[in-house]
Design a protein around this ligand. Structure first.
Ligand code: GCV
Length: 721
């Protein structure tokens, strides 16, 4: 069969560096897959047949989307659409992994060559069958197939995949306010145009849902955890319902952040006390109203008694009492409560990283079955590097969800490249040791270690109204990586980087594996580079005030002690770092004995956590032979050099990547180099006032004085509430 491509279309596809790629298409660009021109039949375009097999075999909105995706994609990839057929499948004939009666199994899929020709298939063209216990499983299978076709040279007819998500609820959390502002958002305004909803539906909503489905993400919390109670008014619920109606066919459920004091603010009650009968009744009625409008509503996400948010403590009640009251309201409808553990108090003088553990561990076993505790990956707050939160090891009777931050609040805010998959993998593969070796954080979150059927993961979204969704073109890789890991936490960072780079930068017809490999490598080292030039060796929370962009290790004037960088680095004439061993705050005691032994001794503590757990003398000698001061200086220097290397690596891609994305990334990388230098010079000059030691050979002397760096105040700081 001859390919037919209109000449103009072909010309555009053939010269990717000469046409605009604005990034809107994300990893769903579907470039023409070029057969090797030397191979026999290179000009032939295969006409694939794809069977979509579900228990009913009936057409549904989700299956219509699956078919449309296949048609569009294969037309672009191969020049012609496939033949798609729906069929009924007996669920008992599906692999065991797809048969269980739970969300994971229902959303899994099987892709396999179809060997027995069905009666009405007379063609000899390759036939594949995608089977699943639900339509959503089919849609996920379609996206997996399309990904696979673009990634491997495997013949179509050999593709065989059985896949089931590791975690049942895979969510994005949008920190979007109702006025369109996105807290910690670095890619424009909110995607949700509340003033237009429910009557006008931005076509972008569909593209968002499609991108989510392509990753297997099945939930979205639409509004900020610093919640505005108005989202629960009927006026807003109608708007939310319009989005939910649109997202449903993509398998995407809507959740809302609920403000604990909503009964007072929008309900005319005088209290929000979770044990007051009128309060519980108000939430029950509210839940009933929501489910009447949105039958598949996911549930509430709650930030309570943290950073000024209202909560059960306001009435002398515990977090469990607060969460369970909401859980009871949602339970009859199948909804869940996602209760955040990001709780620390201005009145509590205990080391901040210990507070969530102290607060929640005593409540283990007290939560209703439809409550899941959502815990940030580290015990502090999304720093470039933290050890895992000890709650993941300690709370065995409560389903625990991980909250990851995709938006780069502390890692360059989408002016800088920081590919986060390696950071998330470090976290997911961390050993908690609660049931011996192999008791990884990933197994806690997916529910298998402690036997919880409710499993959930959240990523704080990095999306916004920018045309390319994420501001930095390479920040799309973090949305992608989050989605892929939420689906399968065993994937490696390397595989994810490879997939994303190839899907996002593969040139039509002129596929250049070297370009993909270069981008992949650049991504993989980028997070460590950011750590090196900002907070190496376990330093943390030494960023500038409020907007959190750039360095501020000298800041000591904030009204809350635990918001000051000086609280965390504890630099003095003797040395640097936070003693969290038994001689200090003893936060270390919240971890398993194996980790206490490893991390408690500075000689065995991995260098990346050294200053997290120890206050060490400036002349302390590391296993590398360097003194602490020299190693600190050299780490900052290394970060700068790595940032410079990223820029020169990228510059080599001129002409290989389309001009639009090439230029955008080049400009941002140049800024990243400047930012890295500012971090290095600011921090080293500041710490030098304590160490009183010279910079070692190889570290460039700063061109300005410390006061110059202290006077730098970026004017434009998006995302800062
Ligand atoms: C949504 C950090 C951020 C806040 C954020 C908070 C949270 O403190 O700076 O903007 O608030 O975390 O996760 O609740």
């Amino acid at each position: 069969m001859r390919c037919f491509l209109p000449i103009l279309f072909a010309a555009v596809l053939m010269s990717p560096s000469h046409y605009a790629e604005d990034g809107y298409a994300l990893w769903l660009r579907y470039p023409r897959l070029a057969p090797d021109s030397t191979s026999p039949g290179a000009d032939e375009c295969p006409r694939f047949t794809i069977i979509l097999a579900t228990p009913t075999g009936q057409e549904t909105p989700t299956l219509a989307l699956a078919q449309a995706e296949l048609e569009t994609a294969l037309r672009h990839l191969y020049g012609q659409p496939p033949l798609v057929r729906l069929e009924a499948v007996d669920t008992d004939s599906l692999p065991y992994a797809l048969r269980a009666n739970d969300t994971k199994a229902r959303e899994g899929f099987l892709i396999a060559p179809f060997t027995t020709s069905p009666q009405n298939n007379t063609s000899s063209s390759p036939v594949l069958r995608i089977a699943a216990a639900s339509d959503t499983g089919i849609l996920y299978g379609v996206f997996a197939l399309l990904r696979q076709l673009q990634l491997s040279d495997q013949p179509f007819s050999n593709i065989a995949i059985t896949s089931v998500p590791s975690i049942a609820h895979r969510l994005l959390n949008h920190w979007d306010n109702l006025d369109g502002f996105v807290e910690r958002g670095y890619a424009g305004n909110s995607l949700w145009r509340w003033e237009e909803l429910p009557d006008e539906l931005d076509p972008r909503y569909r593209d968002y849902a499609r991108a989510m489905a392509s990753l297997g993400l099945n939930g979205t919390v639409l509004n900020n955890v610093n919640a505005d109670a108005r989202i629960l008014t009927t006026e807003y619920l109608l708007k939310v319902a319009a989005l939910a109606d649109l997202f449903r066919a993509y398998g995407l459920r809507v959740y809302l952040s609920a403000r604990f004091s909503a009964p007072i603010e929008i309900g005319e009650l005088h209290t929000g006390d979770p044990l007051a009968t009128e309060v519980a009744a108000w939430w029950r009625a509210k839940a009933a109203e929501i489910y009447a409008l949105i039958p598949d509503f996911g549930g509430f996400l709650v930030k309570a008694n943290s950073e000024g948010q209202p909560g059960p403590h306001d009435y002398g009640r515990s977090h469990a009492e607060g969460a369970n009251m909401l859980a009871e309201a949602l339970a009859p409808h199948g909804g869940i409560v996602i209760w955040r553990a990001f709780v620390y108090s201005p009145d509590n003088k205990t080391d901040r990283v210990k507070q969530a553990y102290n607060e929640f561990l005593p409540l283990d076993g007290n939560f209703a079955p439809n409550v899941v505790l959502q815990i940030k990956n580290g015990p502090l707050d999304f720093m470039p590097r933290e050890p895992f939160s000890p709650l993941f090891g300690a709370m065995r009777q409560t389903p625990l969800a991980a909250e990851l931050q995709i938006t780069q609040e502390y890692l360059g805010q989408q002016h800088q490249v920081a590919f986060l998959a390696p950071m998330w993998k470090e976290f997911l593969t961390s050993e908690t040791y609660t049931q011996g070796p192999g008791s990884t954080v990933a197994k806690v979150i997916d529910g298998t270690l402690n036997g919880h059927p409710l499993s959930l993961i959240s990523g704080v979204a990095n999306t916004g109204s920018d045309r390319n969704w994420t501001g930095h073109p390479l920040a799309q890789a973090n949305w992608y990586a989050y989605g892929r890991l939420a689906w399968d936490h065993t994937l490696t960072s390397g595989k994810i980087a490879h997939e994303w780079a190839q899907l996002t930068f593969r040139n039509a017809r002129s596929f250049d594996p070297e370009t993909v490999e270069t981008i992949e490598k650049l991504l993989l080292g980028s997070r460590e580079t950011v750590v090196n030039y900002s907070m190496p060796l376990g330093l943390h929370h030494i960023m500038a005030t409020a907007h959190h962009y750039g360095p501020g290790p000298w800041v000591d004037n904030l009204h809350r002690d635990d918001w000051n960088p000086t609280y965390y680095h504890r630099a003095d004439e003797q040395g640097l770092g936070f003693d969290r061993t038994a001689t200090g705050s003893n936060a270390l005691s919240q971890y398993a004995p194996e980790l206490q032994t490893l991390w408690g001794n500075p000689d065995t503590c991995p260098p990346e956590f050294l200053l997290w757990f120890h206050h060490l003398p400036w002349d302390y000698r590391l296993s590398t032979g360097h003194t602490l001061w020299d190693k600190l200086c050299l780490s900052y220097q290394q970060g700068v050099e790595e940032a410079q290397a990223m820029l020169s690596t990228w510059e080599k891609l001129a002409g290989k990547v389309d001009t639009e994305r090439f230029t955008d990334v080049r400009q941002r990388l140049a800024r990243q180099v400047t930012d890295a230098i500012t971090w290095r010079d600011s921090c080293l000059l500041y710490f030098q006032t304590f160490s009183k030691r010279p910079f070692p050979a190889g570290v460039e002397p700063p061109p300005h004085s410390l006061s110059y760096y202290q006077s730098l105040r970026p004017e434009s700081t998006p995302g800062n509430p």
